[in-house]
Write a protein that binds this ligand. Structure first.
Ligand code: ADP
Ligand code: MG
Length: 682
């Protein structure tokens, strides 16, 4: 019998009602109950009073040296005091509302008291006490504290988990291969689970925690690594015949020389494309590092090899922009590029779909409309997703379910701190562009108060006089898209009035695709010099002549978002500026503005962002694929995470992982995960 098949009701003391309460906490089986770890411990270990800090909660042992005094006050309230000699000090022990203890506090009796130590008054407000002559249940231990509520109390939980360990503890089986346990000198699983609920000392408790953290991270990583090896082992992927000359010829037609970093990642990608297994690669590079041309090169190579490609982006504006740049880059090569977004006319859409089906169109650029049911390619070879860091592990299998197994390149401009990269993108290979194209000047970032808008306008005017252009971004108002649009419209009117000599454009989410396209087009052609926009321009938009980015109410934006917006400038040879207009009174806004003015390195921004927000919120969405660990802390336990990743990769990377009988129990555990649903394994 496996613990995850035994209903929690079988633990003595769990009534039907308690069972219902446990279900509310996600505890259904004995395994769930044993995995319900305490989130902290109450410390009843004896302390040396001389080392205790003022205000600290400590447990000490001593001898009663005075007759207790009982004072009654208020409605049935009582205060009990007596002197306790602890290490030759006299400590005044105070109990509230424990009048019943009075008779037990006899002169000369030993006592253990736990409470808040007030050093200057030599006094302790006692929360718990025990008499050693009656046995010490708590003294010297760490008592687990569980997250409970409803009809479940902490002491009931302690008792019940203790009971479950007595009844079923022997059934806890080692879950890890012996060589891994030996390599990291991990505590056996059974012992670790026992100890996490009943720790009997720091060192042991630490070892138990380490084992369980490893356990958690290992299984998470094994899932990713096994998935990755499964994808790799499948020979359904295509080995594209790409020769280096094709790439060199294409590079020679570019209006600029590729940076070394771009060459390096193009190399990594083409290596993958030539292999038979399907590529699953993450390309991360700071904003403005030139990822688009890398994607264009990969798509070009695949098209020249006789296959089709798709470039998927989050917004229609971006799709249009990429369409134009690809068309420009592929001019005269015979490669057909077409747009496929939700706002095509039915007729146009039909034509594009037919073109893809017949293979007349080589590369489709679009939004999520690209992976809708009726879209079929003749021979889809490569899918590139741009700025799609929300396209998580589970979503990536959508393409495969459609019967395609194209190579996949995911590009992101939000550099992922290493710890998150390992967890969220652990199943992918990673290429990184750290360097920006030569001749780019660092963007100067300034932070100003809302009352200084006049000066901001003057600054825009001066830059425009020099031939440059400016963005003014209004924040998204979460509660109401309408308000948000209203905001942008008002700002547009204000600026048009304040800068009467300039042409001011407007771009927001409520405009029709044609209107958006027109607004973007006019700004791109420098027909409008200022573009007032909502965050629709956040990602990917590329107008190298724009040198000023003004962000209104900047405190409303997260760090990564601010960095993305800032990345819309600094894309040409001119000095660029980012002006953050933020309320100086906003507490954590200030922290973010500080980071922004201190660095324009996206990797550094991401690191600080992770620090400020924590891993769960890093991507700003729950569906980010950032797992919720019970015990492990991705940042603090990073070393263990790396170990677990390496071990899992080695194990899952072995030729026989999917066939070796010794791995059968691991496989069956993995196959319960949704990631593997519908997989055919032999
Ligand atoms: P991102 O990585 O943010 O997507 P883009 O691909 O939009 O960056 O590139 C930013 C700008 O830099 C574009 O205008 C692009 O044409 C230009 N660019 C890309 N690579 C180079 C290069 N090697 N030298 C000069 N300019 C480049
Ligand atoms: Mg881009």
């Amino acid at each position: 019998m496996k613990l995850d098949q035994i209903p929690v009701r079988q633990v003595k003391g769990v009534s039907a009602q308690k069972e219902g309460e446990l279900h509310a906490f996600g505890v259904r089986t004995v395994a769930d109950l044993l995995d319900y770890y305490p989130f902290r411990y109450e410390d009843y270990r004896l302390r040396d009073l001389a080392e205790a800090k003022d205000g600290e909660k400590v447990t000490v042992q001593g001898v009663i040296r005075s007759v207790p005094l009982l004072a009654r006050f208020g409605r049935g309230k009582a205060r009990l005091t007596c002197l306790v000699e602890v290490e030759h000090f006299l400590v005044k022990a105070v109990w509230f509302n424990r009048a019943f203890l009075q008779d037990q506090l006899t002169l000369g009796r030993e006592i253990t008291i736990t409470g808040k130590w007030e050093a200057h008054r030599h006094q302790m407000t006692v929360s718990d006490s025990e008499f050693p002559d009656r046995g010490k249940a708590r003294t010297g231990t760490l008592q687990p504290v569980y997250s409970v509520g409803g009809g479940l109390t902490n002491s009931w939980m302690r008792k019940t988990i203790g009971q479950a360990l007595v009844q079923f503890g022997d059934l806890i089986e080692e879950s890890l291969p012996a060589d891994i346990v030996a390599k990291h000198r991990l505590m056996p699983l059974r012992e670790a689970i026992m100890l996490i609920h009943h720790p009997d000392g720091t060192a042991e408790g630490q070892a138990a925690r380490k084992r369980l953290v490893y356990e958690e991270l290992f299984w998470f990583q094994l899932k990713l690594q096994a998935y990755r090896s499964l994808q790799r082992s499948r020979s359904e992927g295509m080995a594209f015949p790409i020769d280096s000359a094709t790439i060199r010829e294409f590079a020679a037609t570019l209006p600029f020389e590729l940076t070394d970093a771009q060459k390096k990642v193009i190399n990594e990608i083409t290596q993958d494309l030539r292999q038979k297994h399907s590529m699953n690669r993450l390309l991360q590079g700071d904003v403005g590092s030139g990822k688009t041309v890398v994607a264009a090169t990969a798509l070009y190579a695949v098209a020249k090899a006789g296959y089709q490609g798709a470039l998927m982006v989050p917004t229609e504006i971006l799709a249009e922009q990429h369409l134009r740049s690809l068309q420009r880059l592929y001019e005269g090569t015979g490669i057909e590029v077409a747009l496929l977004t939700g706002s095509l006319t039915a007729r146009r859409r039909r034509d594009v779909i037919a073109g893809l089906q017949m293979g007349l169109i080589h590369i489709a650029v679009g939004t999520h409309a690209l992976i809708q049911d009726d879209v079929m390619f003749r021979s889809l070879g490569l899918v590139v997703t741009d700025e799609q860091h929300r396209f998580g592990v589970n979503q990536r299998s959508i393409l495969r379910r459609k019967g395609w197994s194209p190579d996949v390149l995911t590009m992101t401009a939000t550099p992922i701190p290493r710890t998150l990269a390992i967890t969220v993108f652990g199943d992918m290979d990673v290429s990184t562009i750290k360097e920006r194209p030569k001749g780019r000047k660092p963007i100067k970032t300034h932070w100003t108060k809302p009352s200084a808008m006049e000066r901001v306008f003057e600054f825009i005017e001066r830059e425009v006089a020099l031939g440059r252009q400016a963005y003014v971004i209004c924040p998204l108002i979460e509660e109401s898209e309408k308000l948000d649009v209203q905001n942008a419209i008002e700002m547009h009117a204000t600026i048009a009035m304040s800068l009467p000599k300039l042409k001011v454009g407007l771009l927001h989410g409520r405009m029709t695709p044609a209107e958006k396209d027109e607004a973007m087009g006019a700004f791109g052609a420098n027909e409008t010099q200022v573009l007032v926009a909502t965050t629709v321009v956040e990602v990917g938009v590329d107008v190298p002549n724009a040198t000023v980015m003004v962000i209104i109410d900047a405190e409303r934006f997260g760090l990564s978002q601010l960095h993305q917006l800032r990345g819309r400038v600094g894309r040409g040879e001119h000095q660029s500026h980012c002006i953050l207009v933020a309320d100086p009174k906003s507490e954590n806004g200030r922290e973010r503005m500080k980071v922004m003015t201190e660095t324009d390195d996206g990797f550094e921004v991401a690191r600080r962002d992770l620090e400020l927000r924590g891993p769960g919120d890093f991507f700003g969405t729950k569906q980010s694929g950032v797992p919720d660990f019970k015990l492990a802390d991705m940042v603090a336990d990073f070393e263990v995470l790396e170990e677990a990743r390496d071990d899992a990769a080695e194990l899952a990377g072995a030729e026989d992982f999917w066939t070796n009988p010794e791995r059968a129990s691991m496989r069956s555990r993995l196959l319960q995960d949704p990631l593997f649903q519908g997989e055919q394994l032999d």
